[in-house]
Design a binder for this molecule. Structure first.
Ligand code: NAP
Length: 289
């Protein structure tokens, strides 16, 4: 689709956004669905966020994805927040609805879809979620009312404890919490059916790090690493080695983007095309660096 005077602009704000593959994924999706939309990556410094949000209204930008470091701070610049995003306390997708900025969080549902498309049912499962940062919070809220038991572990255990208390207060769910110390890890892993790494450990350029070696893992487990660069993290290599089922971060990346696509356009996203482009771009990125 040619850029025209009717083209609606969407984009990503964050800092840095230089290596983002979202423009490739979304522009390909808009093109194949014949939608007159375009997507740009826009580097917005922390101290420019308020200006950037005023610009969204002034320039009639249609939709935004939001990434580090703005997911929490952007909330106060919005006119309306969806209930899930409000509970999580962070927004990753904004719709400019006739001048009113609406905030959503599609990370949690993106993670759930990524797990479920690998033929894994969440109901009745015991899940261990590692991390308590932005992505982990979204996943915790999405998992808490789907799995039977949820344990949240984090390097700073107080953050995992607070998240678990929030789940109870805001959603009536219940989660155990702990640290990444050997004792807590061993106990949680011994009963886990599903393990989710929602920390940045293993992300490029620290490709060779994982806090879970094969002694914690079993063939009957499913291991989901939300890190997508590299696609096969050290954790997933270890999990594959013991014969566990593995899911990489591409599925979540694609499904959270597909939800944003639907919010902006009202149409279902071309998920398989988005996955193909995402896969190609991530492979290209890992080859270049
Ligand atoms: P964040 O808010 O900065 O949270 C980082 C998390 O990683 C925290 O739990 C932090 O623990 C933990 N962590 C960092 N370094 C650690 C270390 N050396 N040892 C143990 N734990 C460590 O980041 P985020 O936005 O949640 O993103 C986390 C990762 O998910 C990133 O790699 C990001 O690219 C990826 N992600 C993927 C998708 C997807 O669609 N696949 C979506 C969003 C994010 P403390 O709290 O103790 O510091």
């Amino acid at each position: 689709m040619e850029i025209s005077s009717n083209t609606r602009l969407c984009g990503l704000i964050g800092d840095p956004v230089k290596h983002s593959i979202s423009p490739n994924i979304f522009n390909a999706a808009f093109k194949v669905t014949n939608l007159d939309f375009a997507y740009l990556a826009m580097n917005v410094r922390k101290n420019n966020l308020a200006w950037a949000m005023k610009a969204v209204k002034a320039l009639n930008i249609h939709g935004l994805n939001v990434t580090i470091p703005h997911k929490i701070n952007v909330v106060k610049h919005l006119d309306w927040i969806d209930s899930e995003a409000r509970m999580i306390g962070a927004v990753n997708t904004i719709l400019n609805n006739r001048g009113e900025l609406e905030g959503y969080n599609t990370d949690g549902i993106g993670a759930v879809r990524a797990i479920e498309e690998s033929d894994t049912r969440l109901e009745g499962k015991t899940a261990v979620l590692i991390g308590s940062g932005g992505a982990a919070r979204a996943i915790a809220f999405a998992l808490s009312d789907r799995v039977e038991k949820l344990t949240i572990l984090n390097r700073h255990a107080d953050k995992a404890r607070k998240l678990s208390a929030e789940l109870t207060r805001k959603k009536g769910g219940r989660a155990c919490s702990g640290s990444l110390g050997k004792r807590d890890l061993k106990l949680a892993m011994s009963e886990a059916d599903l393990v989710v790494n929602a920390t940045s450990v293993g992300m490029h350029p620290q490709d060779n790090i994982s806090f879970l070696n094969s002694s914690f893992l079993r063939p009957d487990q499913m291991v989901f690493d939300i890190v997508y660069n590299p696609l096969e993290t050290m954790l997933l290599k270890e999990a594959t080695r013991v014969g566990a089922k593995v899911v990489n971060g591409l599925g979540m990346l694609v499904h959270q983007a597909a939800e944003a696509f639907k919010i902006w356009t009202g149409r279902d996203a071309p998920i398989e095309l988005m996955r193909k482009i995402g896969n190609e771009e991530l492979l290209r990125l890992s080859g270049r660096e």
